[in-house]
Design a protein around this ligand. Structure first.
Ligand SMILES: NC(=O)c1ccc[n+]([C@@H]2O[C@H](COP(=O)([O-])OP(=O)(O)OC[C@H]3O[C@@H](n4cnc5c(N)ncnc54)[C@H](O)[C@@H]3O)[C@@H](O)[C@H]2O)c1
Length: 360
């Protein structure tokens, strides 16, 4: 490896060491509360769900990871079994499979303390690999498939797994949604945070789950159950590399360098330890929560261990990005990131493509 390669590698090692320290700190902070708790994570075999399953296991929880497919996740299945957890194969759109999964969890553990509703189809898995389809080009079947998993599936899971929480008068439900649901105001009427990302029907499903979080949260708070929602940052998960490579082929860098899935762990551990008397009925943007609670700014969680072709894409984008500082805060909110990304793509000479690739 040459000198530049060595320097890049040692800074990647330093970034990872700092990320590990933040995860360790979160574990120290919440381990005492989570030891022995029964936590169900849907979509727990890969991506963000896998990272959450592993984090909760490290915090001493008994973890049930539920997923419709365990292909390529045999190591996690073995680890769950070794650590008194459970790997369940279940499609959350199927009532009878869910009944069987709920019975298996109650039979084994007798209760449920925490439910993470993470399983979902995302745009990039429904419209693999780029995820972009203009709204008027989507079919009713696309909407039914996505609402089937993300909304009705989530509701079916909640209806079952909330029962022991209400009976015991305590529990925590965390719904994983997306920042694309946010309306923001810049002095006048509200507008979407980033509708140029072309994400129907996905964002419609996440908006439904966000509203569900607020209304259900209010209804069950007095039963001792906290219902909250979290919006992850742009995260490298199971589909990410294929999507980034497909965009690269048409001269587009797939937005900014992604974060590692562990950036969700501190807030997930915190919310898992809540109940109806604690933090409830809230919607959190994970990078802002991390920043506000001493778990680093956005940059602190970025992935610097990308395969070399992807490292090349994101290094090229970062080199073309103008320097920018937002007054008052040392890290960039989403709107500023969007503007910087557009400027960098323009500097790379791909302005006509930057917003969404060929389907725009
Ligand atoms: N990755 C990101 O940048 C990002 C950003 C915002 C929100 N999210 C949200 O994070 C969550 C996890 O996404 P991810 O990026 O890790 O995706 P992923 O595709 O890597 O993981 C999703 C998991 O859900 C499972 N799943 C899908 N349909 C299912 C079903 N019917 N029954 C059971 N399991 C099913 C999949 O098998 C997979 O293991 C989703 O709710 C997604 O909307 C992700």
């Amino acid at each position: 490896m040459d000198e530049v390669g060595n320097a890049e590698n040692s800074s990647a090692v330093a970034v990872r060491a700092r990320q590990n320290q933040m995860v360790e700190r979160a574990l120290r902070e919440w381990q005492g509360e989570l030891e022995g708790r029964v936590a169900v994570v849907t979509g727990g075999a890969r991506g963000i769900g896998r990272s959450i399953s592993e984090g909760l296991m490290r915090a001493g929880a008994k973890v049930v990871a539920a997923d419709k497919s365990w292909d390529g996740a045999e190591d996690l299945r073995k680890q769950l079994e070794a650590e008194q957890g459970l790997a369940v194969e279940v499609d959350i759109t199927d009532d009878s499979q869910l009944d069987a999964a709920f019975a298996a969890v109650m039979d084994r553990f007798g209760t449920v303390d925490v439910l993470i509703n993470n399983a979902a189809l995302v745009s990039e898995t429904l419209f693999y690999p780029t995820g972009h389809r203009n709204t008027l080009d989507t079919t009713d079947q696309d909407w039914e498939a996505m609402f089937g998993v993300n909304v009705f599936g989530t509701l079916k899971v909640i209806r079952r797994f909330i029962q022991p929480m209400r009976e015991r008068g305590r529990g925590s439900i965390i719904n994983v949604v997306s920042s694309g649901v946010l309306p923001v105001a810049a002095g006048g009427g509200y507008h979407g945070l980033r509708p140029w990302t072309v994400e129907m029907p996905y964002q419609a499903t996440k908006a439904a789950v966000t509203a569900l979080t607020f209304y259900l949260g209010e209804e069950v708070r007095s039963d001792g159950v906290a219902v909250n929602a979290i919006m992850p940052g742009h995260t490298r998960t199971s589909w990410f590399d294929a999507t980034a490579r497909a965009f690269n082929e048409i001269g587009v860098v797939y937005f900014m360098r992604p974060a590692i899935a562990e950036h969700l762990l501190p807030i997930t551990l915190f919310l898992s330890a809540q109940d109806g008397r604690g933090a409830a009925g809230r919607l959190y943007y994970v990078p802002e929560w991390n920043y506000d609670h001493g778990y680093g700014d956005y940059a602190a969680w970025l992935d610097h261990e990308l395969p070399s072709d992807m490292e090349e894409m994101y290094s090229r984008l970062e080199a073309a990005m103008p320097k920018y500082e937002r007054a008052g805060v040392p890290h960039l909110p989403f709107d500023a990131q969007g503007a910087l990304y557009a400027a960098a793509m323009a500097n790379l000479g791909s302005q006509e493509n930057w917003a969404g690739g060929p389907t725009q």
